[in-house]
Design a protein around this ligand. Structure first.
Ligand code: C2E
Ligand code: MG
Ligand code: MG
Ligand code: MG
Length: 279
């Protein structure tokens, strides 16, 4: 019986593995075609708010992909695949250029200059030679002031000594581009990189925000992160703020900004424009 069960399990596992490989092949082909066609990707922008004043403070650019047959594919699904097959390099460059273009268009239309746009950067992009030059070129082409662009990195990217990463980050800072740490608190416990690189903002991961109001423990973690950030002269942004209770508590804990469904999900450019015009 044990043998049979074992066989059954093996069969089950085998089928699941098969589905994964197939799914990856389908995604691969679909991504390749989408990159060639170029008309299936768009950026949505999630507004960020100052917790103390309630004012709009910026936008995070989030990549969206609508495939004719697969429908809307979640970035959680296609970004890891694009990182594995290297497509993230051209795709990520498209994201940087499109976001810069959008923000410069808004600025020329009268958007207040303190509103920034944040762009997520993959470790694969950062490790590649030439990323800083690509960003410099995107800024030059769109005539966007470098301080209007913030790049979101993850903790592991700052621990990575391989490739051009560390030098690239310092070049970007010298250019005047802002850096933020995304998903803060989910990565390494060694925080030496906070001294090593000139970071402007910490984005407190939404898993901590979601648990706020639960145990005193979770509140203590957010309090400690905010406290440390204040001492280092960094600003903090809470991700995934969904309730007024969370917003209120985050503000009380001294967190500077927030983004989340309490305000808006990621929106089309026209909806964002309406927001900064009414601000
Ligand atoms: P992230 O950078 O941490 O982005 C925040 C994610 O949280 C977004 O998911 C956003 O839609 C979602 N979110 C915002 N507010 C709330 C909320 O109140 N509740 C909940 N439950 N979720 C909220 P999205 O757009 O699906 O993106 C997932 C991840 O994919 C991003 O996480 C980011 O790591 C990656 N990603 C998205 N766009 C890009 C891109 O252009 N380049 C790269 N390299 N990665 C990207
Ligand atoms: Mg992000
Ligand atoms: Mg991210
Ligand atoms: Mg995040």
């Amino acid at each position: 019986r044990a043998k049979e069960m074992g066989r059954g399990q093996f069969h089950f596992f085998d089928e699941r593995l098969q589905a994964t490989v197939e799914e990856q092949l389908v995604l691969d082909a679909a991504l390749r075609e989408a990159l060639l066609r170029g008309d299936q990707f768009r950026l949505a922008y999630q507004p960020q708010y100052d917790l103390a004043t309630g004012d709009l403070s910026g936008f995070e650019a989030l990549l969206r992909w609508k495939h004719p047959e697969l429908g809307e594919v979640s970035p959680a699904r296609f970004i890891p695949q694009a990182e594995r097959n290297g497509f993230i390099v051209p795709l990520g460059l498209w994201v940087v250029r499109t976001a810069c273009q959008q923000v410069q268009t808004w600025r020329e239309a009268g958007m207040p200059a303190h509103l920034r746009v944040s762009v997520n950067v993959s470790p694969v992009q950062l490790r590649r030679t030439g990323f800083a030059e690509q960003v410099r070129q995107a800024l030059a082409e769109t005539a966007l002031q470098p301080g209007a662009l913030e790049l979101e990195l993850t903790e592991s990217m700052l621990m990575d000594e391989v490739g051009d990463g560390p030098r690239t980050l310092n070049t970007l800072v010298d250019m005047g581009v802002e850096l933020a740490i995304d998903d803060f608190g989910t990565g390494y416990s060694n925080l030496g990189y906070l001294r090593r690189f000139q970071i402007g903002r910490l984005k407190i991961d939404r898993s901590f925000v979601a648990r706020l109001g639960g145990t005193a423990h979770d509140e203590a973690i957010v309090r400690a992160v905010v406290h440390m950030a204040q001492n280092l002269g960094l600003r903090t942004v809470a991700e995934g703020v969904e309730t007024e209770a969370q917003r209120e508590l985050l503000q009380r804990l001294g967190c500077n900004q927030g983004q989340g469904f309490l305000w808006h999900p990621a929106l089309a450019p026209a909806a964002c424009e309406a927001l900064w015009r009414q601000a």
